[in-house]
Write a protein of this length. Structure first.
Length: 287
């Protein structure tokens, strides 16, 4: 619900990543996820449907073979076709949603040429005249080819855990399989924590950048006595918010001590924030 919230204009990537992590963690994750996504894609609210399609494409790229197998079944493909078909939801689905659904199915015919049902579903849409010509996929929106496992998985970097997991999974003893399950769960939890840290860092730095830019604009007008009472309130609110962001940046810096690039990014944001706060105090005090 959070990842497909129609009231937000931008994608909530933290929620989308958590959704993908949950799909990978649960045995029945792909099956349940696709049922939920089909329901959201068929939503009469355009924003909700478009967000759900973004979640779907992200899952295709991050959730591996189990997800691809479920996605390529007629059970799910038919739910997408209903969005396009005038016999079902096509009569009231927006053109933007229908265009995205068509792009998604067509892109899968390119990525998964071995999946006969996807090819059949797409050819049926063309035969019925629902799809008149192959969509031109925007280069900036084509995701890289899907990978069977999220990149930078801890199993790729921790050889010891990778070998242990392989040995446990080969065992026929129930206790070994339980241990393998616990190991997978702990690894997923670690990756979720790493992902949450990255999301916090990206979101905070982005907020700092936007707030500092807006403060600079308002301070310039303030100095020229061209600021309305409403803008003065906005400026004060931005100052208060920026003061609260400082300790958050310090916490992020302590989390990122091992990552030089991330730490440099945080320190640069902190410098900009400090300059903006100092400028505010100087300009407002002089007035």
């Amino acid at each position: 619900d959070e990842a497909t919230d129609p009231s937000i204009s931008e994608e909530n990537w933290e929620c989308i990543q958590r959704f993908c992590d949950q799909v990978n963690a649960d045995t029945e994750g792909p099956l349940f996820a696709l049922r939920l996504l089909a329901h959201k894609i068929q939503s009469p609210q355009e924003g909700e449907a478009l967000h759900a399609l973004t979640v779907l494409e992200t899952c295709v790229n991050n959730c591996g073979d189990r997800f691809h197998t479920e996605m390529a079944k007629f059970r799910f493909l038919n739910e997408l076709i209903k969005v396009l078909s005038p016999k079902y939801y096509g009569i009231w689905s927006s053109e933007k949603v229908k265009s995205r659904v068509t792009e998604v199915i067509f892109s899968w015919t390119v990525w998964f040429p071995q999946e006969v049902k996807i090819q059949d579903a797409y050819q049926m849409l063309k035969k019925q005249g629902i799809v008149k010509e192959d969509p031109k996929l925007p280069e900036d929106k084509i995701l890289p080819p899907p990978s069977p496992r999220p990149q930078n998985s801890i199993f790729d970097t921790d050889e010891e855990k990778s070998k242990l997991l392989a040995r446990l999974l080969k065992s026929s003893h129930p206790e070994d399989l339980q241990a393998a399950n616990r190991l997978i769960q702990s690894v997923i939890k670690e990756e979720q924590e790493k992902s949450a840290q990255v999301s916090r860092r990206v979101n905070t730095i982005s907020e700092v950048s936007e707030n500092v830019k807006r403060m600079d604009e308002l301070l310039e007008n303030y100095g020229r006595h061209e600021l309305s009472p409403a803008d003065q309130e906005t400026l004060q609110a931005l100052f208060q918010r920026c003061e609260k962001l400082r300790p958050l940046l310090f916490r992020l810096a302590s989390e990122a001590v091992a990552d030089e690039e991330a730490l440099a990014e945080i320190l640069q944001a902190n410098d900009k924030l400090s300059q903006a706060l100092g400028q505010y105090r100087q300009v407002v005090a002089s007035q």
